[in-house]
Design a protein around this ligand. Structure first.
Ligand code: PLP
Length: 443
């Protein structure tokens, strides 16, 4: 399409116009079909155009699409909050709806701070996060984001927040299954808390299973538990950013469920609305919310938050996940896809690592596996391979991973309904794209 557009997003590159989407497939207006191999940006977890979700939304639309929260409670809001509270760790009973991931993270750090102020811990305001990480694009969430290209222009406008390295054992040559590795990285958190002064540290935020910034990073053995213990020891709140890993994609409702670790606050979005409605939530432990509500209320909110249409969609999404056994399928299809991605390492020496849980999976390209050095920057692998796959009709998602300027990883995260036959189809396209990419690496 060459007609002038008045729309703009992050870049000026333009894509074909979307005509329709069903299940794991999408079609452009010229009739070309694509496999949505990244569920958009790890959003369309239950696939596109699920008829029962669309029905639920239609039914809600006939009743009401908006009821402002200061004027009305809504039935879908109440039902969805109850459902979510039932899926999260004990005591995490309070659900605050928002319309996206950045809003969920902002809400989490603001609730943490207001709780601290309410209980007389005024000195606590620093939120420690990791590098690399992505926690959102609004200025509060961006201050937690460890990814220079995104943060640099805005630095004068943000409060700098302390950072520790993400536990990238595969780059540091450490054994992910050895609890000593988990302790090694968790101790970095404790050292940072002590360096900053424990009574100034409000919270630590991290993604239980990493998203785009780390490429589906799975924490080493013992890390999740050790982080919880360190936070408890220093009175630091633990926030899990499950914006991408939550909602079932890893095979459990929350990524952290794989380790049985409960945080104090959870941020979810993406697969929660699953592309049917802009929806997210901040879920907090009762013991944080009650004092805040008793002392005048949470000084935070967004106009569209918890609107009945988005909540009806979210409720129907969760019902579909349960009815369709989609989390079980995410585990089954995820294991199959991961083993197929691992097989690619025999064929392409430049695939250095395959990682992830369920259908939150990624592979990373390197110059050689011994050193894990990245591919030369000039190859522009992160965008070139995505384009080659796109030509094949396969959508995958990439990010530069080392200090934000080099290193290339690719998320392969099709919807949780993907079948074994569809994984064959996806792999065929991915292999064709990798074959063409290989010609550029080894001319
Ligand atoms: N947190 C994580 C882990 C994310 O992956 C994202 C988005 O990619 C966000 C927060 C921000 O979400 P949103 O883009 O919906 O504001």
């Amino acid at each position: 399409m060459t007609t002038k557009s008045h729309l703009f997003y992050q870049t000026d590159s333009r894509r074909p116009v979307l005509a329709e989407a069903r299940g794991i497939y999408m079609w452009d207006v010229d009739g070309k079909r694509y496999i949505d191999g990244s569920s958009g940006a790890m959003v369309s977890n239950i696939g596109h155009s699920n008829p029962r979700v669309l029905d639920a939304m239609r039914r809600q639309m006939e009743k009401s699409t908006f009821g402002y929260r200061l004027h009305f409670e809504t039935e879908p809001g109440e039902k969805l909050a109850a459902k979510v509270a039932g899926l999260t760790p004990e005591g995490m009973e309070k659900v605050f709806f928002v319309s996206g991931g950045s809003e969920a993270v902002e809400s989490a750090i603001k609730l943490a701070r207001q709780y601290a102020v309410t209980v007389g811990q005024n000195s606590r305001w620093k939120v420690i996060s990791r590098t690399p990480s992505y926690h959102g694009s609004t200025l509060g969430a961006l201050a937690l984001t460890g990814y220079n290209p995104l943060t640099r222009p805005f630095e004068p406008m943000m409060q700098p927040m302390p950072k520790i390295p993400a536990p990238r054992a595969y780059l540091d040559g450490l054994d992910i299954d050895d609890p000593a590795t988990g302790n090694h990285y968790a101790e970095m958190l404790e050292r940072k808390i002590i360096e900053e002064g424990p009574d100034t540290v409000l919270a630590f935020i991290h993604e239980p299973v990493g998203g785009a910034s780390t490429g589906a990073l799975v924490p080493p053995a013992g890390y999740m538990q050790a982080v919880r213990e360190i936070c408890d020891r220093h009175g630091v709140l633990l926030i899990h950013d499950e914006v991408m890993s939550g909602g079932g994609r890893t095979g459990r409702f929350l990524g952290a469920d794989h380790w049985g670790v409960a945080p104090d606050i959870i941020a979810i979005s993406k697969g929660f609305g699953a592309g049917y409605a802009p929806l997210g939530a901040m879920i907090a432990h009762d013991r944080l919310v009650e004092p805040v509500l008793q002392s005048g209320g949470f000084m935070h909110g967004h106009t569209y938050a918890g609107n009945p249409l988005a909540c009806a969609a979210g409720l129907a999404v969760l019902e579909e996940i349960e009815a369709g056994g989609m989390m079980e399928n995410a585990t089954r299809s995820g294991d199959l896809l991961k083993s197929r991605l691992n097989d690619l390492m025999q064929r392409y020496a430049f695939i250095g690592d395959v990682r992830g849980r369920g259908l939150l999976l990624a592979f990373e390209l390197v110059s050689d596996r011994q050193s894990m050095r990245p591919l030369p920057k000039e190859l522009n692998a992160h965008s070139e391979l995505v384009e080659l796959a796109y030509e094949q009709g396969l959508i995958i998602y990439s990010r530069r991973t080392r200090d934000g300027v080099e290193g290339d990883h690719f998320l392969v995260c099709p919807p949780m309904i993907t079948t074994a036959a569809q994984i064959d189809e996806l792999m065929e396209m991915l292999t064709a794209a990798l074959d063409r990419f290989a010609e550029r690496v080894e001319p």
